[in-house]
Design a protein around this ligand. Structure first.
Ligand code: IVH
Length: 373
């Protein structure tokens, strides 16, 4: 029996309220990030809020919700339902993934990387990779031919963007292996291609992309494949699925895929100890600034595929992998002036004009201030 006071205390519990507020806020942030390509908060803020939500949900298990941002990946689907052709017959076909497309659990703390490694069976090898900051793609090879390219979508089904993927020269259109193969990786734009694109957009007085990831994501969902080709997307692949796969380790599979002509990063390394992993992190935290593409962290994966299988998955991510994210770069500069930008719909946005400063491999001189406050 619950007294009326119990009910009141449930309704007025500020932590219960916070769960609802955070879910709403994070859902909106996901939509802005994955569908509109205009993020409203930094990855760091998002991850902190997600963690807070996870902690609160653990305290109030009766508030479990399978659609909470802690349980599902942010969706990039252009249309919510599979009514994918608009009035002009345009859109992307939604296709169900053969294997769900998950996310990775994140940390910004080397201490947590250590804890994760300590929980693994003793002596397991760890494959260290760069975490490329683009958008994930799933490439289907049927009878050796690239037939479909699906975005992550909602993790269960994705948008088939094959016509745009076919414009990317670094992606092989055929592989020698004939049985079904799925390659997963990251679609991205180099810093150079991103800057060239933004320069053109500035000249055309079109809104600028905030970073190469948003630019790549906006580009991959264009209906005009000729425009996509012009923007020169690029790709790195880092995961192989399918039938009759060779080898018993992740690393060996990547090397075999490399022989098929698949673009695999040269930065992939097998590590045996925590010290080696930390060295890798320290090395790439500096060296990544010289790379032609944006990276936002390091991904650690258990090398042995049978150990991967034992560890399994949570609702959202594999237990056999973890992402260590680099802290966002900060720079101090001078605010010179504030100007006002009038959008197509008449919305006025204040813009900060800054003394140009180098930040994360690009020159920053303008920043949207979002609103008057
Ligand atoms: S593995 C089942 N490896 O990061 C695990 N992901 O935050 C599959 N990403 O959705 C992912 N670089 O889009 C993996 N070397 C890498 C990656 C990588 C970037 C992206 C990927 C993933 C996201 C998770």
């Amino acid at each position: 029996h619950h007294s009326i006071m119990d009910l009141f205390s449930q309704i007025e519990n500020p932590e219960r309220e916070e769960i609802l507020v955070l879910r709403k806020e994070l859902k909106q942030a996901n939509y802005q990030y994955y569908v509109l390509n205009t993020p409203i908060m930094s990855d760091y803020d998002f991850d902190q809020k997600l963690r807070r939500l996870q902690d609160l949900e653990a305290l109030y298990p009766d508030m479990f919700d399978a659609s909470s941002p802690t349980q599902v990946v942010g969706s990039d689907l252009v249309k919510a339902k599979n009514e994918w052709r608009d009035a002009k017959g345009k859109g992307f076909e939604q296709v169900e993934h053969k294997y769900p497309m998950l996310s990775l659990s994140n940390t910004y703390s080397q201490e947590e990387v250590k804890d994760w490694m300590h929980k693994l069976p003793e002596g397991v090898e760890i494959v260290c990779e760069l975490k490329f900051d683009g958008l994930s793609i799933s490439l289907w090879y049927e009878n050796g031919i690239l037939t479909k390219a699906l975005t992550r979508g909602d993790g269960v089904k994705g948008d088939n963007v094959i016509k745009n993927i076919l414009t990317i020269p670094s992606i092989p259109k055929t592989i020698t292996k004939q049985t079904f193969t799925e390659l997963r990786g990251e679609i991205l734009l180099t810093w150079a291609a991103f800057e060239r694109l933004n320069k053109e957009r500035a000249e055309q007085e079109e809104p600028l992309f905030a970073n190469p990831r948003n630019a790549a994501s906006g580009t991959l969902k264009l209906q005009d494949s000729q425009e996509v080709a012009r923007r020169r997307l690029d790709c790195y692949l880092y995961y192989i699925l399918g039938e009759d796969l060779p080898a018993q380790t992740h690393y060996e599979r990547l090397q075999i895929a490399k022989q098929w002509g698949v673009p695999i990063s040269d930065a992939v390394k097998v590590c045996h100890t925590l010290e080696e992993v930390m060295e890798y992190i320290t090395y790439w935290d500096i060296e990544r600034k010289n790379l032609p593409v944006a990276t936002d962290g390091i991904v650690l994966k258990v090398n042995d595929l049978s150990v991967q299988e034992e560890l399994g998955y949570t609702a959202k991510s594999p237990r056999w992998a973890i992402a260590y994210k680099f802290p966002a770069e900060k720079q101090l500069t001078r605010l010179n002036t504030i100007t006002y930008q009038v959008g197509r719909t008449g919305v006025v946005t204040p813009v900060a004009n800054l003394e140009p400063v180098q930040l994360s491999g690009t020159k920053v001189q303008r920043a949207t201030l979002h609103n008057e406050d």
